[in-house]
Design a binder for this molecule. Structure first.
Ligand SMILES: [Zn+2]
Length: 356
């Protein structure tokens, strides 16, 4: 069981670290969740890794009995990476860039070159921190599949189209099976070659999309996030045998429960992020499921119950959450193995300077 707290040592002068560590101990915080958006400090230039500053932060925290939960920073591809490889940027339903550098989550999980860079940074981190006894576990990325990466957690780039076709080939085996399952005889949509299959974009097909085609793409993209998570989990485990691996899901409830195609927040008053990910599949590569909970009351309770039901052992955690006291009590009451509220201190700048 851990009581954690999101902490970003890179945002604060080193002189502050020992004070924060002491205050965490006094507040009975047993773990700090660090590194989640720190790629530009971990790899300031391509291939030039720098983990010494984080070693120091881990040591300062450990002196006060505070362990570390290490996060991979892949939700924030650096300026040098994005500039050098703009093809990693996600594309929306209309074929336009869904995101550019300047915020976060500006990547497509199916672009091969981004998967290569992901593997490189995660492998370097796991090799470096994997045997550090003060690091108890790992959080992969940050809120994969959330709706803020347009469109509703999906990308529509050419790498996705190629990957979608490969996924369809594996799923259906033969085009005849796909044509039959999708009912493509309707409106003359029958395919005679895999390469003819396009992505179900609203911008190109209007409102009359084949619902089976749309559903297949949702399933494919859910699988894409699960595979991207698996890539990181397996890379970490090559070097970190005694540390757990999880991630913070970007929603409160299952997609089938919250499924709102237009992505309204707090649908029914009981969810946070609508998203398209099948968390049961994604959880298969993790040691336990966990989520980012910025909900309260019954929403929190429903979400916790859902996570608890994913695994036979019922183990789950809250790796990010608001309302520390209430969330902590509610999570513990529902059997969580750990909780790590957001955040230790409000940053002085950036998009979350108004969030605590
Ligand atoms: Zn894509």
């Amino acid at each position: 069981m851990f009581l954690g707290m999101a902490y970003h040592p890179a945002y604060w002068p080193k002189e502050r670290w020992p004070i924060d560590a002491r205050m965490m101990r006094e507040a009975n915080i047993s773990a700090a969740r660090v590194g989640e958006f720190a790629w530009s400090r971990f790899e300031p230039r391509e291939g030039a890794f720098d983990f010494a500053w984080m070693d120091e932060a881990i040591e300062v925290l450990a002196k006060e009995g505070v362990k570390t939960i290490m996060c991979t920073p892949t939700a924030t591809p650096t300026a040098w990476l994005t500039h050098e490889h703009p093809e990693i940027l996600p594309v929306d339903e209309h074929g336009l860039l869904a995101k550019r550098f300047g915020a976060r989550r500006h990547y497509c999980p199916n672009v091969p070159v981004y998967r290569e860079y992901t593997h490189k940074i995660v492998a370097a981190m796991a090799e470096h921190f994997g045997e550090n006894p003060n690091v108890i576990g790992w959080q992969i990325d940050n809120e994969v599949g959330d709706v803020y990466m347009l469109s509703k957690g999906r990308c529509y780039c050419d790498a996705c189209r190629k990957a979608f076709i490969r996924w369809l080939e594996a799923r259906y085996g033969a085009l005849e099976a796909l044509n039959s399952a999708w009912g493509t005889v309707f409106w003359s949509q029958e395919y005679t070659d895999w390469e003819q299959i396009v992505l179900p974009r609203r911008g190109t097909a209007g409102e009359g999309l084949n619902p089976s085609h749309v559903l297949a793409y949702e399933r494919f993209f859910s699988h894409s996030w699960a595979e991207y998570t698996r890539l990181q989990a397996e890379t970490i485990r090559e070097h970190a045998q005694n540390q757990w691996v999880s991630t913070n899901f970007a929603c409160g409830l299952a997609r089938e429960t919250i499924g709102t195609p237009e992505g309204a927040l707090y649908q029914g008053g009981c969810v946070w992020f609508p998203c398209i990910v099948d968390w049961r599949e994604l959880s298969q590569s993790l040691d336990f499921p966990a989520w980012s909970s910025h909900v309260r009351g019954t929403a929190f309770a429903l979400s916790a119950d859902y996570l608890r039901g994913i695994r036979e052992d019922g183990n789950f955690a809250v790796l990010e959450g608001g309302g520390p006291r209430m969330s902590t009590y509610a999570a513990i009451a529902r059997g969580a193995t750990g909780i790590s509220p957001f955040t230790w201190r409000r940053p002085l700048w950036g998009a979350e300077s108004g969030i605590d």
